[in-house]
Design a protein around this ligand. Structure first.
Ligand code: PRT
Ligand code: MG
Length: 219
């Protein structure tokens, strides 16, 4: 078991978009997470397995050695803090952006100009706090864990900070994007102890991921 490489992934877009990169590294996951109830998935390589965790738990698993490496959104990584994680590669997958959105009838520009205190609902409190602090806008942050779009519609908040990709979810809820805070993609994260102790097994994997995303690994 000691020599096994454990890769933490979340179900859904991160799993789906990591598969081609794994394939480029010669690794094929032998079960479909949408069909299996297993949380540990074998691969075609006896020494490599995949564990399925919540997207927000990937950095925690890798930090504490529950997995040797993982794939996680930059959004999740910023909120986690990234401590204890080696971040060698931007995999350029699961791309989206973090934006500020408000109800179409809310005059965000005027509220900001007048120095009004804004109520902002978000799962991304670190990103939101930094962004509004830099802008010099006073905010009351309301921490939510999902369905952020509902907050301005119910009067819980004036604005939300959330991920946007096509913009369809905002549109369907009569919200408009008023600021882009940052672009997001997913990163490879590696446990620092694993990188030293399992160097011989991990290095070819990191090199294959780097080649598949056409970049040099940061060392
Ligand atoms: O869904 P669950 O609560 O289990 O966990 P999660 O939302 O943390 O995980 P998941 O799998 O949905 O997202 C994992 C990662 O994918 C995120 O951390 C991002 O880095 C990345 N990603 C890329 C996205 C999106 N695109 C995205 N569009 N994550 C979420 N969304 C959601 C967004 O929150 C909004 O509700 O999709 C909706 C907007 O999409 P559009 O296309 O309508 O704009
Ligand atoms: Mg989600």
């Amino acid at each position: 078991m000691n020599d096994t490489i454990t890769l933490a992934l979340s179900k859904g877009r991160i799993f789906d978009e990591t598969l081609p990169l794994l394939k480029a590294a010669g690794i094929e996951v032998l079960e479909d997470p949408e069909k299996s109830r297993k949380l540990i998935l074998p691969t075609n390589q006896p020494g490599v397995r995949v564990v399925l965790v919540r997207a927000t738990d990937v950095p925690t698993y890798v930090e504490h050695g529950g997995a040797d490496l993982g794939v996680t959104g930059k959004d999740t990584l910023i909120e986690h803090g990234g401590q204890g994680l080696y971040q060698p590669l931007d995999l350029r997958i699961a791309r989206c952006r973090v934006s500020v959105a408000v109800r179409a009838d809310f005059d965000y520009a005027t509220a900001v100009r007048q120095g009004s205190r804004l109520r902002v609902a978000t799962k991304y409190t670190t990103i939101a706090r930094d962004f509004f602090a830099t802008k010099g806008v006073h905010v009351d942050l309301i921490k939510l864990y999902g369905s952020m779009e509902l907050a301005p519609l119910t009067g819980l908040a004036d604005a939300i900070v959330d991920l946007v990709s096509t913009g369809n979810t905002l549109k369907a809820n009569q919200l408009v994007e008023v600021e882009r805070i940052m672009d997001i993609s997913s990163r490879l994260v590696v446990n620092q102890a694993s990188l030293k102790l399992k160097q011989a097994r991990l290095r070819p994997l990191l090199d294959a991921f780097a080649a598949a995303t056409a970049q040099e690994p940061r060392t």
